[in-house]
Design a protein around this ligand. Structure first.
Ligand SMILES: *Cc1c(COP(=O)(O)O)cnc(C)c1O
Ligand code: SF4
Length: 328
C-alpha cells in the first residue's frame, strides 16, 4: 500500500520541467527562437506519462501544444488581462471565492500536476492564497456561517495534489456542516496523473455520505488512455458522479470531429460532458482563442452529430456575473 502512495508522488516529482528536455524526448528539433526556455512565473510542468501520450516528432501534437511555452505568450493583446474572471475581487481572506449563489469555490492548493499554457490562473498569485491550516479553519467557519451555501467546490490549483489525509480531513470537515449537500472537486489529475487515483483513495472517498462530484478536465481524445479509464472506473466504484469540462482551444480541439471524438470517448469512461469553456482572456493566452462566431458554428455542428446527452454547454465566464454565461 505504502508503495502505491509513494509512486504517484514520485511520478509527480519526476515530471518534466523543461521544454528542451521534452522536445528531445519526443525527437523534435526545438527552434529555440520560438519558445520561452524558462518562465519563472508559470514554469513548464508536465508528468512524463502525459508526454508519453504525445506523438513523436510532431510539434503540432494537440497535447504538446497545450503545454508548449511559445513566445506568443509575451504578446500584449487588447482585452486580455491578468484577472479576467474577477477571482481576485471575489476572494475572501480565507481562500473562499464566493461569486455565485449557493456554492463557493475553495482554493486548496496553488499548484497543479501540469501547467496548461492557456490557463487563466497563469498570472494569478494563487500560491499566496493556498490553504494553510489557519485559512483552512477560516474557510470552514465562513462556510458554516453562511446557511445559503449548499455546495463546496474544491479547486485550486489541483485539490488532488493534497495528500489523502489532508484531502479527507478537509472533506470531512465540510461534510459535517449541516447545510452542505454536495462536495465537488475540480481536478485535471485523473487525466494527467491517473496513478494518483489509488484504490486506497477511492475507498476513503466511498465512505463520504454526502454527494461527491468530480469534474475532470480533458480537452482532447488523445489524453484518454487505458490508465485514465482505470482511474475513472475506480472513481465510479466510489459512487462519484463524473463530469468533464474542456476549454475550446485553437488548433487543438476546435473541429467538430475532435469534439465528438472527445465526448464519445469520455462516455465510454462513464464521464458525462458538463462545460465547454470559451477561453478566459488571460494575458499570454490570445493565441489559443477561437472566435465567438466559430465557437457557435462548432456547437451547431456537434449538436447535429451527437446525441443530446453528449453535447456540453458552451459557456463563458464574465467577471461580475451571477453565473457562467451559457452561449450555446
Ligand atoms: C465556475 C465557478 C463555480 C461553479 O459554477 P457552476 O456553474 O456551478 O459549475 C463556482 N464558483 C466560481 C468562482 C466559479 O468560477
Ligand atoms: S488549473 Fe487546470 S487548466 Fe490551469 S494549469 Fe491547473 S490543470 Fe491546467
Amino acid at each position: 500500500m505504502l508503495q502505491i502512495t509513494q509512486s504517484w508522488q514520485q511520478e509527480l516529482a519526476e515530471g518534466f520541467n523543461n521544454i528542451a528536455e521534452i522536445c528531445e524526448y519526443l525527437n523534435i528539433t526545438l527552434e529555440t527562437a520560438k519558445f520561452i526556455e524558462h518562465s519563472p512565473v508559470f514554469p513548464v510542468r508536465v508528468p512524463r506519462e502525459f508526454v508519453d501520450r504525445m506523438r513523436k516528432g510532431d510539434l503540432n501534437d494537440p497535447l504538446l501544444k497545450q503545454i508548449l511555452p511559445t513566445k506568443k505568450e509575451s504578446l500584449n493583446t487588447p482585452g486580455f488581462t491578468s484577472d479576467p474572471v474577477g477571482d481576485l475581487a471575489s476572494m475572501t481572506e480565507s481562500s473562499v471565492i464566493h461569486k455565485y449563489f449557493g456554492r463557493v469555490l475553495l482554493i486548496t492548493t496553488g499548484s497543479c500536476a501540469i501547467n496548461c499554457r492557456y490557463c487563466f490562473r497563469r498570472n494569478f498569485p494563487y500560491n499566496d492564497y493556498q490553504l494553510t491550516t489557519t485559512k483552512h479553519q477560516k474557510a470552514i467557519d465562513y462556510i458554516a456561517s453562511h446557511q445559503d451555501i449548499s455546495e463546496v467546490i474544491l479547486s485550486g490549483g489541483d485539490p488532488l495534489l493534497l495528500s489523502d489525509q489532508k484531502l479527507l480531513d478537509l472533506i470531512k470537515k465540510i461534510e459535517s456542516i449541516p447545510h452542505i449537500k454536495r462536495i465537488r472537486i475540480h481536478s485535471r489529475i485523473p487525466i494527467v496523473l491517473p496513478h494518483r487515483i489509488t484504490d486506497e483513495l477511492c475507498a476513503k472517498l466511498a465512505n463520504i455520505e454526502k454527494d461527491l462530484i468530480l469534474v475532470v478536465h480533458s480537452n482532447h481524445v488523445n489524453e484518454l488512455n487505458s490508465k485514465v479509464k482505470i482511474a475513472c472506473r475506480r472513481l465510479k466504484s466510489a459512487h462519484i458522479t463524473l463530469l468533464n469540462q474542456a476549454v475550446l482551444l485553437k488548433g487543438i480541439n476546435d473541429t467538430a470531429e475532435q469534439l465528438c471524438a472527445l465526448h464519445e470517448k469520455l462516455f465510454t469512461f462513464q464521464v458525462m460532458p458538463y462545460y465547454l469553456h470559451l477561453l478566459d482572456k488571460a494575458t499570454g493566452t490570445a493565441h489559443f482563442e477561437v472566435s465567438h462566431h466559430d465557437s457557435i458554428e462548432l456547437m451547431n455542428q456537434i449538436k447535429a452529430i451527437l446525441p443530446g446527452y453528449l453535447v456540453p454547454k458552451l459557456v463563458a465566464e464574465q467577471a461580475g456575473a451571477t453565473n457562467k454565461i451559457v452561449i450555446a
